[in-house]
Design a protein. Structure first.
Length: 204
């Protein structure tokens, strides 16, 4: 029974990934949308799940919170509290809250409001290493920046955001996510905090 349930769940993910692929989205964009690693998306689309193999990823969804602004605000209060805690420990001031497009933006908006800090919007490029900073929002040059995203899988998106902030003359003092699948608590020398931390502790 567990095998049947797991296969049905994976098949549903495959159908959703294929639907997004047919709309022209890249594996990276699909991974962001489904909260899966790029390797898992590639694995799904290749139909390797039909073979006797174990799933090596955990899907994380937060739609129950995402459908209402007040729920996003409540989670953002937790994030703001974590940022304030870390700033006291690290003895630094925070100038700007950077939201990683798409899912990090609503949380960054709320946190910047709660903490009365600037907001920066960052868009990772689906195929190139360098991303973009939206000119409609605050820049990062000469500022201490906190990076916000929803889920950290491999940490690659956070790593790229940190590097691009540094290239633009800013300094990332902290990264915060709703959920982390990463084994460590640091990336590119920057501390990563999460509300939830997931672990794949075994396979069936």
């Amino acid at each position: 029974m567990n095998r049947v349930i797991k296969m049905k769940s994976v098949e549903d993910l495959y159908k959703r990934a294929l639907e997004l692929k047919n709309k022209g989205m890249s594996d990276k964009e699909i991974s962001t949308e489904l909260h899966l690693s790029v390797n898992t998306v590639t694995w799904l689309l290749s139909k390797d799940f039909l073979k006797e193999s174990s799933v090596q990823d955990v899907k994380i969804g937060w739609r129950s919170a995402g459908v209402f602004g007040n729920r996003i605000y409540n989670l953002s209060e937790v994030i703001a509290d974590i940022i304030q805690e870390e700033s006291i420990i690290g003895d630094y001031e925070v100038d700007s809250i950077l939201g990683v497009s798409i899912n990090g933006i609503p949380f960054a908006t709320m946190v910047s409001f709660i903490m009365e800090r600037e907001i920066t919007v960052y868009r990772p490029h689906p195929s190139r290493e360098e991303g973009f900073f939206s000119s409609n929002f605050a820049g990062v040059k000469g500022k201490n920046v906190v990076v916000l995203d929803d889920v950290a899988s491999t940490g690659e998106t956070l790593k790229r955001a940190i590097l691009d902030v540094q290239k633009a003359g800013g300094k990332v003092v902290l990264a915060v996510v709703l959920a982390s699948k990463m084994a460590g608590e640091e990336i590119s020398g920057v501390r990563v905090r999460s509300i939830l931390r997931t672990r794949l502790v075994g396979t069936q």
